[in-house]
Design a protein. Structure first.
Lengths: 166, 136
């Protein structure tokens, strides 16, 4: 139990740092919302090695921390929508045991973007944001594959080191 | 008791993952085809329509160069520039500047959105082609 709490804290800090690093290196392709999602790497590793609850908590805490520090509180609702949808879908995808880590990560990446677009359509009341959907599905898939491959390598190597007894 | 989800028997990808990726790419492609069909409508009479919190604030023809300041009650603003048939945000009070970095827009259905200011600029094809062409 204590170990689990310590790992959750450590992983939260790591996800926070990854978000910060990513905010320093924005990918600007003229279309908003395209990013690698380094923080999701930490969430996925936690999901597999620590547990669903810990991964969910760290994902939420990371978003709130980012919103109040290096990010922008006005945009927190969009990050939250993306983060929550992505996390719920990843948990289900993992439970299904139909996909490997990469498949779970791809679903997470795509759902993150879909969640953000949906909430933006509701808040700004502009349906034409759907215009971004194709490119954001594509970028979510690409980012998901990259993060997924990294995550499966990390999970394999960290598995023994992080053994959490339940 | 130690519990682990076996991470994909050592391999980073399974066949199912590849099927998922292919399916998503197909969906993206289809959605792209849909969007480009929709935006292919002629843009001779195209207008940039400014919305704040979903309410229309103004319409500007893309054929006429102009610079408009869109201000909010709380002092926030976005500056919309129309030049050579394209609309872009050149300045904004929001902290993230996503709308400023966005490429200029000109095709039917394209939009510039400033999430913090809840402001959107959309390209519409003029009064005669609007599906719900409201008059005022």
């Amino acid at each position: 139990m204590t170990k689990k709490i310590a790992y959750t804290g450590m992983f939260t800090a790591l996800a926070f740092v990854f978000s910060y690093i990513e905010s320093l290196l924005p990918i600007n392709l003229g279309i908003p919302g395209i990013k690698l999602g380094l923080a999701n790497l930490v969430v996925i590793v936690a999901l597999y090695l620590i547990g669903v609850k810990a991964a969910g908590i760290l994902s939420l805490v990371r978003i709130v921390l980012m919103g109040f520090t290096f990010g922008n509180p006005a945009n927190m609702i969009y990050s939250l929508a993306g983060g929550v949808l992505s996390f719920v879908v990843m948990v289900f995808a993992k439970k299904l045991k139909f996909f490997s880590v990469t498949g779970v990560s791809v679903l997470g990446g795509v759902c993150h973007n879909i969640g953000q677009i949906l909430i933006a359509i509701i808040v700004v009341e502009t349906v034409s944001l759907l215009y971004y959907l194709p490119i954001l599905i594509l970028s979510g898939t690409v980012a998901g594959v990259l993060i997924g491959i990294l995550a499966s390598v990390l999970i394999r190597h960290l598995e023994k080191a992080l053994a959490v007894s339940q | 008791m130690v519990k682990f989800a076996p991470p994909a028997d050592g391999r980073p990808m399974k066949k199912n993952d590849l099927i998922l990726i292919a399916a998503l790419l197909a969906v993206a492609l289809l959605a792209y085809a849909g969007v480009s069909l929709y935006s292919k409508v002629s843009t001779n009479k195209a207008e940039a329509v400014v919305y704040q919190q979903g309410k229309e604030q103004g319409r500007y023809r893309l054929s006429e160069n102009t610079v408009v300041e869109i201000s909010l009650e709380n002092g926030d603003y976005n500056i919309l520039q129309i030049r050579e048939g394209q609309a872009e945000i050149t300045e904004a009070s929001c902290p993230d500047k996503t709308c400023v970095r966005h490429r200029p827009i000109s095709r039917q259905g394209e939009s510039l959105v400033c999430l913090p200011n809840q402001m959107a600029v959309e390209i519409e094809n003029g009064a005669d082609s609007g599906i719900d062409g409201a008059t005022d």
